[in-house]
Design a protein around this ligand. Sequence first.
Ligand code: NAD
Length: 291
Amino acid sequence: MSKCLVTGGAGFIGSHVVDILIENGHEVHVVDDLSTGNLDNLNPKAGFFENDIRDVNIWSLLDDDYDYVFHLAALARIQPSIDNPVQSHEVNLNGTLNVLEYCRKSGAKIIFSSSSSIYAGHPLPTGEGATIDPKNPYALQKYICEQYIELYSKLYDLNYTIFRYFNVFGERQITEGAYSAVVGIFLNQKEKGLPLTITNDGEQRRDFTYVKDVAKANLLAMNWPREVYNIGTGESYSINEIADMVGGEKVYIGERIGEARNTLAKWSKAEHAGWKPTVTIKEWVDDFISR
Ligand code: NAD
């Protein structure tokens, strides 16, 4: 049994990471300021610190005997980072530096949630060695975090695994507000009898990854080496196709800047390490709609 800290453990993905760690017998504590997370997501067997990762006090108060820090706390969407780059910089970069300092002090391994948004978007499918070209502050911040992690590894022998997730969907996804994403938005609109709002022409394509598969990757990474891994499926769907799966009237709401046209993961590296996706977006949406 290991002692694990999950930042952002009351959020969408983080709460599933907490669940799978607890199911596998680990002791889990969460740091989350509940800015986009929700206590309803939180596993009752997890310890909870309601704190901001930017606050240095929380890091000095924590015991230094954690074996792993799963770092998911972030302002985790592209468009809000374009609207407010300073705020997202403070959380995503300054907050991460506090986490790294804690790991340096305690010797914990960091398992970091980065994003496929750092890639240029070509060639497709995109492997871990593909061109990096962050198109928005969020992506740039994620890439700088990755570079900091690799630097800490060289300077201080920090142990790490970095994940680049491709669009994550599933239970507990945020369905309203600036931090919601397309699948959650569509299901919420459908439930309310509203038209599905589509940006650009809807022909932009995304590789969608199931949240419990992402959580499984985090569990496995406890034994993975100091590497970067894509976590995706190698299949993509256009936003129009996702809207058709959900069903209902579509309305086009204009251009959105700062994002790659298409994403598609090459995930053979994670496969060689023992991970594979198990649920497609089509299966999940069909099942959700039929409930
Ligand atoms: P989320 O917003 O549901 O979760 C983020 C969690 O962090 C929330 O519980 C929030 O309350 C917490 N948080 C935010 N700022 C904080 C702060 N200053 N101090 C403490 N806690 C704070 O988002 P998510 O989709 O679950 O994303 C989790 C991680 O995965 C993020 O790092 C995100 O960048 C990354 N990621 C997500 C996706 C995706 O498709 N959802 C894709 C790539 C990478």
